[in-house]
Design a protein around this ligand. Structure first.
Ligand code: ADP
Length: 440
């Protein structure tokens, strides 16, 4: 079962969908993104929300349950195949660290539309839920099938959803759709935590004047009817469509993404982020900032003027990069040796090794710990690569810190946790090797 640890009250939410990967998953909040009909930008808003939350330092996953529409992997520029490890399916990771899984990644030929009926879609998604190795997530966003169909209803029934974000546009038949959505939310017992009005207006690039292309805004009215806050009103901009088509949704940054993220954070707060906090204050002053949208699409979004909070200053750039990229995080289908250790802080790490004789061919790690633990696991598995077992055994916490340059002082115990875990894995490898040698 997926472990949805609620940090505020330490209660484990009962989950209905099950799967073997889930014992490694710790998901703080599960949010379903819903719309009354297709084409209103539900997937776009899901992607944008994921991007804004990840930019703010949250660990974010996206489960693309809208398998009949344009696929979430396209927005993030991700392509399959998806790998599976010993414990389940490993989601793909976007360039800013968002974990994404979609049925479209698991079927052959992503251009073939899935001609499935509602019950089958719901069944596939709930199965997918239990089989994906998400690891630690602050927020998992589910891009629901459009409308208040049976598929959407069943998915919400079976998955442990904490809240719904509703996406509308000005031309939507507000009252009818909201009534349907509110009824659906009541039926599944999940609150609507906010409304996003997409394509609310078109800002004239020359004058800034707002043109109501799809009619007068009704975001406030919809929000009122849903008894939920209006999280954001997102304008129409053709550059957005272009960036989405090119898989560059993570390069979109404008004032409304901040508004959306802040309102969402307020509506669905969690305690303690899993990742480090990176805030680009400069964006709050800019109206539209498309990082290199036209001249340089690969330009990094967060520039050197990004503000990093005090605590996180102690993470070196090397450590930050490892936390973002999570290099070597995962597992092997059939590891040659494993070590698993729980530190005094309660975090657990597992390191798996693939061997070539007595040399470590590859090492991977998994952890339910914080960003510092991820940095330690990632760097240590890199250091162990190509080393004979006897050499790997000698790596000390100080050696690891030298490579990481710095991590916050109050997280230095993560160095020892990682080193102890590697030593446990090396010990097991040595034992297995000597047993084989004895046999021969
Ligand atoms: P849905 O998931 O509701 O079916 P999508 O998110 O796939 O809708 O959006 C439909 C299309 O509209 C996509 O091509 C998307 O890039 C584009 N789009 C969505 N919102 C905006 C916007 N605010 N400005 C410009 N294009 C948008």
């Amino acid at each position: 079962m997926i472990n949805t640890t609620n940090q505020e009250n330490n209660e484990k939410k009962p989950t209905k969908a099950t799967g073997s990967a889930s014992e490694y998953n710790k998901i703080k909040k599960v949010i379903a993104v819903m719309s009354g009909k297709g084409g209103v930008g539900k997937s776009f808003v899901t992607g944008l929300l994921a991007t804004s939350l990840a930019r703010e330092g949250y660990e974010v996953g996206v489960l693309d349950a809208d398998i009949t529409g344009p696929s979430m992997p396209t927005l993030f520029g991700l392509r399959g195949p998806v790998n599976s490890g010993q414990y389940g399916i490993l989601p793909l990771t976007s360039k800013t660290g968002i974990k994404v899984i979609s049925m479209n990644l698991l079927i052959e030929g992503e251009d073939n539309p899935l001609i499935w009926r509602g019950p089958l879609i719901a069944k596939a998604i709930t199965q997918l839920w239990g089989d994906v190795m998400w690891g630690n997530l602050d927020y998992l966003l589910i891009d629901l099938p459009p409308g208040t169909s049976d598929a959407a209803l069943t998915i919400m029934h079976l998955l442990p959803v904490d809240g719904i974000v509703m996406v509308t546009t000005p031309q939507s038949l507000a009252t009818m759709i909201v009534n349907k959505a509110v009824n659906m939310a009541i039926r599944v017992g999940v609150p609507i935590i906010g409304v996003v009005e997409n394509m609310a207006y078109y800002p004239c690039p020359d004058t800034g004047k707002r043109h109501m292309i799809f009619g007068e805004s009704n975001g406030e009215k919809v929000a009122k009817a849903a008894h939920a806050p209006l999280l954001a009103q997102i304008p129409i901009n053709p550059v957005l469509t272009q960036l989405c088509d090119f898989g560059e949704i993570e390069d979109i940054e404008f004032a409304e993404t901040i508004t959306l993220m802040e309102a969402f954070e307020k509506a669905m707060p969690i305690q303690g982020k899993t990742d480090e906090k990176v805030v680009s204050e400069s964006v709050k002053e800019n109206k539209w900032v498309f990082a290199g949208a036209i001249d340089d699409p690969k330009k990094p979004l967060i520039e050197s003027d990004a503000i990093v909070n005090d605590h996180d200053k102690a993470f070196s750039d090397v450590a930050r990069q490892l936390i973002r990229l999570k290099e070597n995080m995962g597992c092997f289908e059939k590891p040659d040796a494993c070590g698993k250790v729980t530190g005094w802080c309660g975090d657990t790490m597992e390191i798996q090794l693939m061997l070539d004789g007595d040399v470590i061919k590859e090492a991977r790690f998994m952890t339910d710990g914080c960003g510092a633990t991820i940095a330690c696991g990632s760097m240590l598995t890199k250091m162990a690569h190509s080393k004979p077992l006897s050499e790997a055994m000698k790596i000390s916490p100080d050696d690891l810190l030298t490579e990481l340059i710095s991590i916050p002082e109050d997280h230095e115990h993560c160095l020892s946790l990682a080193v102890s875990t590697l030593r446990a894995a090396v010990n097991q490898a040595m034992e297995k090797l000597s047993a084989t040698n004895l046999k021969n």
